[in-house]
Design a protein around this ligand. Sequence first.
Ligand code: 1HN
Length: 375
Amino acid sequence: MVNFFAILYINTLSLIKTVMVSQNSSSDTAEREAWYEKINAYQLSPLWRFLSTLVTPVPRGACVPYLWKFAEVEPFVLEAGELITAQEAERRVLILENPGLAGTSQITTSLYAGLQLVKPGEIAPAHRHTQSALRFVLKGSGAHTAVDGERTVMRYGDFVITPPGAWHDHGNESEEPMIWLDGLDIPMLAFYDASFAEMYAEEAQPESRKSGHSLARYGASMLPVDHYRKGTVSPIFNYPYDRSREALEVMRRQDEWDPCHGLKMRYINPETGGFAMPTIATFLQLLPEGFKTTPYRSTDATIFVVVEGHGHSVIDRQKFEWSPQDIFVVPSWKNVIHCPAEDTVLFSYSDRAAQQKLGFFKEQRGGVPQNPFVA
Ligand code: 1HN
């Protein structure tokens, strides 16, 4: 099967089309149509009518490129704060829904994104679920999230993890409203029909460890002696922006910049060196002023957050101008180039962690056509 497709790929995509769409409904006779209806009553249908849409020569998802300007959507997030409390809403979030995936609450076919508001004095009550969540802080400073008994205070640009199954609640003891991006693997859990969730008995969970404990224990390039791999998710649950940003700044003087990515680092689970989360891959990259990336495409539709800098990206030949706090989506297998007008830092997340484990992940650099079966 694989060899069959590999040969076809080399013989150009149009050939694939003619071969794979060899049977379509327009060539069906009245006799066939009647027969399809007859078998349909038995929950049967002929594969040859659907094969070309089921097994496409290249990714053909409905996800489209899109950009949310933070300055445009922030007022609505704040208005939500006048309409409903965090407690009543459980999570007061405006979902970022991809225009190509209307009605699905999806930002890509496998991922969810939303903007969450927690106002001073509020608590978003403790609960847990099998979905993994990440937070990326966009506005305000000083609110906390508690994960399995440990609190972490959140600041602009911090990347915070809620592992699957972990109790978590949020509170804001600062004077300012806080807004962060939530990224979850909701569509993946839905696909596998594996969602479980429950509320905690109290509004907030008790603190059982000192704030900062996880980062000290696992985030100082050391592990406790005799500590070996425990789980599928990083034991660090706040990757503070100041640390990650400082690393990029020091590296820029020495490291070679990747033509497609600039200086791009992935957040890791220090126990394994793998991605920090089991299903979601997360990255932070520095694109120096004037650095124009070469075209890149990959099978992991990616959500980018502009942390610092102005500029634009061209996605599938569409231009998107961005500034700090803006969020944009690059769909699977659409070429992207980034053109920073000043030093730029982008945070991004995608389902690459899952795709690599399952062996689906493919990428193509520099816009050079190549056979994805060989890549
Ligand atoms: C959730 O638990 C949070 O804990 C945010 O802040 C967004 C969206 C769907 C399901 C659970 C949170 C969520 C969510």
